[in-house]
Design a protein around this ligand. Structure first.
Ligand code: GUN
Length: 281
């Protein structure tokens, strides 16, 4: 069993991106810029946003942080995002989710032009992914592909099972694996025979959001298991995989924390740099 060290791989990627961001700045006389918008006081979101801003600083990407009060109006948030859309210093715009319940997230996200959609959440970018055309792909599933690639795991021809069908992880994960020539099955809360399907997977991606949901009897001997879950139990982080019992059966497995998590921010930085590069070509 090999433990996939996401923390180490993410640090390597950040150091590569630092050199690439400096090259961009030298060549085009402008710094790569990312705008981050946080509305409200959600504690987890505040931690994520702080980490994103810190990561930008580390690699030499200029961050434009906008913190708005919980009771912000729909119009005030839309006006901000539209202004960022028009700002040439800003190559990527990220609106941290979830937004407060009184706001229409869909309408706010639709103010982000496709070219600055660093999260890859827009219909235009998801459509491009579905058609296997160039565009921006959601950071977490992109991070999973990068972990597989940098661990020397070839997915072509393999049987991949994705558990979870969310817009942010499961669906784009399915498309990325398909585009990489895996044979892909997507399971979800209504799936019959979940255990049998999972136990046929060469590559099992757990993105359910339920702690220790994937148990050893659901995993084939020698499978690759990627755990996307971040669940908080009594202030401790737990993945979607029952790691202690599953790990001995696997060829490769990611831990939580220190697996997929650090890759998400590394891919956000990569997507921002890619958006900047496309803006000048
Ligand atoms: N909230 C949880 N994950 C994400 C993410 O990847 N992007 C944004 N914008 N919000 C999130």
């Amino acid at each position: 069993m090999t433990l996939i060290d996401g923390k180490k791989i993410a640090a390597e990627i950040r150091s590569e991106l630092k050199a690439e961001a400096a090259d961009f700045q030298a060549k085009y006389a402008q710094q790569v810029g990312l705008a981050v918008v946080l509305v409200g006081e959600d504690a987890a979101s505040q931690v994520y946003v702080r980490n994103k801003i810190r990561a930008c600083e580390e690699v030499g990407i200029r961050s434009f942080a906008h913190f708005m009060p919980t009771d912000s109006t729909q119009k005030s948030v839309e006006d901000l995002v539209c202004a960022l859309a028009d700002d040439d210093r800003v190559h990527g715009i990220l609106v941290q989710l979830p937004l407060p319940a009184h706001l229409d997230a869909e309408r706010i996200l639709s103010c982000i032009p496709r070219q600055k959609d660093v999260d890859g959440f827009s219909a235009a970018n998801i459509g491009r992914l579905a058609l296997d055309e160039e565009g921006t792909v959601a950071c977490t599933p992109l991070g999973v592909m990068e972990l597989l690639h940098r661990s020397g795991i070839n997915v072509a021809g393999k049987r991949a099972v994705v558990v979870g069908r969310s817009k942010i992880v499961g669906r784009p994960m399915m498309l990325l694996l398909l585009n990489a020539d895996a044979t892909v099955t997507v399971c979800h809360s209504r799936t019959n025979e979940l255990k049998r399907i999972c136990s046929e997977a060469d590559i099992l991606i757990a993105a359910v959001g339920k702690p220790h949901f994937i148990t050893a009897d659901m995993v084939k001997q020698g499978a690759v298991v990627i755990d996307v879950g971040i669940n908080r139990i009594d202030d401790k982080l737990a993945g979607d995989v029952d790691f202690d019992r599953v790990a001995p059966k696997t060829s490769f497995i990611t831990p939580v924390p220190g697996g997929v998590g650090p890759m998400t921010i590394a891919m956000l930085l990569k997507n921002t740099l890619d958006c900047a590069r496309r803006s000048v070509r």
